[in-house]
Design a protein around this ligand. Sequence first.
Ligand SMILES: [Zn+2]
Ligand SMILES: [Zn+2]
Length: 128
Amino acid sequence: MSKTRHTDTSALDKIVADARRHQDERAKTYREQALKLYPWICGRCEREFTRANLSELTVHHRNHNHDDNPADGSNWELLCLYCHDNEHQRQLEAQGQAGVTPSSGGGPAAATHNPFAALKGLLDDNNK
Ligand SMILES: [Zn+2]
Ligand SMILES: [Zn+2]
């Protein structure tokens, strides 16, 4: 029994290592493909890149799905590190606002909310 367990662990290690290597290779591949397809210019600030600073030019996935890598490059956009950061920041903020923002006319809804909370507090007091 302990023999099989040992085998399983090393097999799993190998699978994880293979998956990681595969992921690295794929990432390198789509970056190279994107760099071949598009001019080395940031899509936001239009900064131009050369081989010397190419490491600061990154591949952004337009639909934010890193597994979606069509060969025609339609899901890729070349962005410098700063603009890439901004792009993701904006996406996070947009998501946050979507979750918090109430439907239009939130004023009345907020007004009816308070009395209800107070009533609940009174009921809780009576139960003590
Ligand atoms: Zn930029
Ligand atoms: Zn991105």
